[in-house]
Design a protein around this ligand. Structure first.
Ligand code: MRU
Length: 359
C-alpha cells in the first residue's frame, strides 16, 4: 500500500547489501524511517521492541531473521539457537513459531552450501504468500460489505481495533483488506478506529495508513464503541487476530473481547479476518494461550511529538502507582459472527474451520 503516494511493503530484502529493510513502526506516524536489520539479533530486537508488529509481519520478520542467521553463521547449532530466541521474542502471535518451524523444515532438507539460497527463497515465499492470502481475505470480506451496502445504500461504518492493517502484515492487512477492496470498488466506507491503549496502534498506525489511502476514518477512545453501537452508528466490526484456535476462540489485542460483547448486545456483526498461518490447530483450551504481559511503562508513559516535532516520552501516572499491561485477550467463538480467511468465510467453529482447511 502507499505512503505519500509511493508503494511499499513492510519488509523486504536488499539483495546487494544482503540485509533486511523494515519500516520502523515505533516512530510512526510522526517519522517515516526505514531501518536496516543486519543480524538475527537485530530481527529479535525489532520484534521485541515492536519496530515490527502484527502477527503476519512478526512471522515474516522471523523468517528473514533465519536468513540473517544463516548469513552470519551457517552452523546448524547457531541456526537452532537463533530459532529458539526468535520464537521467544514475543509469545502470543502464532505466526512467529509457524514461520520459524517452516523455515527450519525447509533447511533440514538441504546441505550447508545451499542454506542461504534456500532460506532466502522460503522467506520470500512466506511473505509473498501472506500478500496473496491478505488480498484474498479482502476479496472474501468485500462480499460481506457489498451485502450490507445493498441494503443500506449509504456509507458503511466499520469499527476496528488495534492495527490489523497492511502495516501489521506484508501488504493489504487482514481487517483492513476488505475495507481497501470496498473503497477501490467505490463503496463509501468510514472506519471507526479504536485508539488502542496503551500503545495506540489504532491511532498511530491504522488511522495513519487509512489516511494515506484516502479512506475516511475517525479515531475514538477505546470505550466509545459501545455507545456508537447503541446509536446504530456501527454497521460491522472487523478485527484481526494473533492466534485463533481451531475451536474458533479468537485471541487479539486487549479490548477486542469487550468490543465483541458490545457488538453481540447490539446485533452488530463481529468479524475476524485472518490468514491460515494464524490458526493454532494444537491448543484446544483458550486458557492455554500464552498471553504476553508487557512492561507497565507502556501504560504509565506516553509518546508524541513536541512543538519542535521531536518525539518525546512523558510520565502520565502518579509516580507511585502500579500498572498492569496485558497485551491480548480472548473472544470466545460464540461472539464471533464469522472468520474471514483466504479460502472463504467460516463460522467460528472447529467443524467449519476443519472443512475449509480439510484438516
Ligand atoms: O501488539 P501488536 O501490535 O503486535 O498486536 C497486533 C494485533 O493485535 C493485531 O490485531 C493482530 O496481530 C492481527 S495483525 C493482522
Amino acid at each position: 500500500m502507499k505512503i505519500e503516494g509511493k508503494e511499499y511493503r513492510t519488509i523486504w530484502f536488499d539483495e546487494d547489501k544482503k540485509i533486511v529493510k523494515i519500516i520502523d513502526q515505533t516512530k510512526l506516524p510522526h517519522q517515516f524511517i526505514i531501518k536496516d536489520l543486519k543480524t538475527v539479533k537485530d530481527a529479535i530486537i525489532a520484534i521485541k521492541t515492536m519496530e515490527v508488529r502484527g502477527a503476519p509481519l512478526i512471522g515474516g520478520t522471523a523468517a528473514y531473521g533465519i536468513v540473517l542467521a544463516v548469513l552470519e553463521n551457517n552452523d546448524l547449532e547457531f541456526i537452532k539457537k537463533s530459532s529458539e530466541e526468535l520464537i521467544q521474542s514475543r509469545p502470543t502471535a502464532i505466526n512467529l513459531q509457524w514461520a520459524v518451524h517452516r523455515m527450519n523444515n525447509k533447511l533440514s532438507m538441504v546441505n550447508s552450501d545451499d542454506l542461504f539460497n534456500v532460506a532466502l527463497k522460503e522467506a520470500k515465499e512466506i511473505c509473498d504468500e501472506d500478500v496473496k492470502f491478505c488480498e484474498n481475505i479482502g476479496l472474501n470480506g468485500l462480499k460481506i460489505i457489498e451485502e450490507i451496502y445493498e441494503n443500506k445504500k449509504a456509507t458503511i461504518n466499520i469499527l476496528t481495533h488495534c492495527n490489523a492493517g497492511w502495516l501489521a502484515t506484508i501488504n493489504w492487512g487482514t481487517a483492513t483488506s476488505p475495507i481497501y477492496h470496498a473503497h477501490k470498488k467505490g463503496i463509501p466506507v468510514h472506519v471507526w478506529v479504536d485508539e488502542t491503549r496503551p500503545r495506540n496502534q489504532g491511532a498511530n498506525l491504522t488511522s495513519y495508513e487509512l489516511n494515506e489511502e484516502n479512506i475516511p476514518n475517525t479515531i475514538i477512545a477505546d470505550n466509545t464503541g459501545g455507545i456508537l453501537m447503541q446509536r446504530g452508528e456501527v454497521d460491522m466490526c472487523i478485527v484481526g487476530t494473533d492466534r485463533t484456535l481451531s475451536t474458533g476462540d479468537v485471541c487479539n489485542k486487549i479490548g477486542t473481547y469487550l468490543k465483541a460483547l458490545a457488538a453481540k448486545d447490539n446485533n452488530v456483526p463481529f468479524y475476524v479476518a485472518l490468514p491460515s498461518s494464524t490458526i493454532d490447530w494444537d491448543i484446544k483450551n483458550a486458557k492455554d494461550i500464552p498471553i504476553e504481559e508487557r512492561n507497565s511503562d507502556e501504560l504509565s508513559h506516553i509518546e508524541g511529538v513536541d512543538e519542535n516535532n521531536e518525539i518525546r516520552k512523558i510520565l502520565i501516572y502518579p509516580n507511585k502507582s502500579k500498572a498492569m499491561n496485558l497485551a491480548f485477550d480472548v473472544t470466545p467463538a460464540k461472539y464471533v459472527t464469522g472468520l474471514i480467511t483466504e479460502r472463504g468465510i467460516s463460522k467460528a467453529s472447529s467443524e467449519e474451520l476443519k472443512k475449509l482447511f480439510k484438516k
